[in-house]
Structure formats: C-alpha cells, structure tokens
Design a protein around this ligand. Sequence first.
Ligand SMILES: [Zn+2]
Length: 186
Amino acid sequence: MEISKDVLAALIDGKLDWERTKAIISGEKDLDRFDKYIEILQERVPWKEKIVLPLGEHLYIVQKDREYVVKCDCGYEFGDYRVNWKLNALIHVRDTKEKLLEVYPYPESPGLPDPEYCNIREFYCPNCGALLEVEAVPKFYPIIFDFLPDLGTFYSDWLNRPLPFPTEFKDLTYDVTKEWRKELEE
Ligand SMILES: [Zn+2]
C-alpha cells in the first residue's frame, strides 16, 4: 500500500481515525515510508542538518559533517549519539516526598514511591527547557541509556543503503564519565 506524505503526516500527529490508522499499520509497508517520515520531520525543524533517525518527541540523530550527533528540535546539540545524551541534559531529581508529591495527583495513593529507595529523574533540554525523558529508578542507579541504535546495520539491512559515513557501533558514555572522574581526582 502506497501512503501519501499528507496521510503519514496526519498519522504522526495523531489526526487519523482508527480505521485508517489500523489499515496503514497492518498494511504491507512500502519501502520509502521511512524516508517520507524523515522528510516530514525534516520540514518541521528549523535547522539544516540531515535527520538520520528520530530519537523521541524532540530529539533526533543528525548528520553533522562526518559525525552523527543528537540534536533537539530547538537546535541544541548533545554531542556524539554514542554518548548518552542525558549526560548533557539538565537533570531534575525528585528524591524527597515533597518533590514526588508535586507530580503525584493523588497523595494518598499507595503508588507513591519511597524516596529512600526510588527517585524520579527528569531530563530537560538546557536550551529550550523541553522535558525530554523521565525515568523512575532505584536511588543511585546509573543514568539509563535508553536507545543506542546500530546506525550502520539499520541503514544497510533495513533501508538497503549504506550510512553516508561509517561509524563504529560502540557505547562511548563511559569514556565521558571516566574523564569526569579524572577531572574530579585532579
Ligand atoms: Zn531544546
């Protein structure tokens, strides 16, 4: 089934009724759907770097020169996509009962986590202030790297074309935190 860009844009915005949505989701995927999807997203962002893969509501992996970086729709860049972008976000930790209650509409609800064991972390864009991600984790738990895609494989095996510039599939997050530790020890 061939889907027009307008229909796909409506689907992204949640503006299609369920019957149409279901037909598209269960229909045989046309090969260029990903490209159309990227094209729509690209038209909506104010910058020129090419989107390689969307990461979330506000974040994209984009090609910048010969590198791939995480970029917010406002233009803020979080650096190499292989480093957890959360390290460069503003982090608000809800680690007291008062702070947790701010986001729990029913204070008496048994679902309120005990801040001694569980924290809620909110990650914001340092430039536009958009809330990018929320994680509920045991206290002191390392920051979660939600999604490190294998871009090379995704392009070659799924899109049947090579990634413009090869990149090693490797989590570089700990290289950064190791550096931070060194700086602290100096
Ligand atoms: Zn932003």
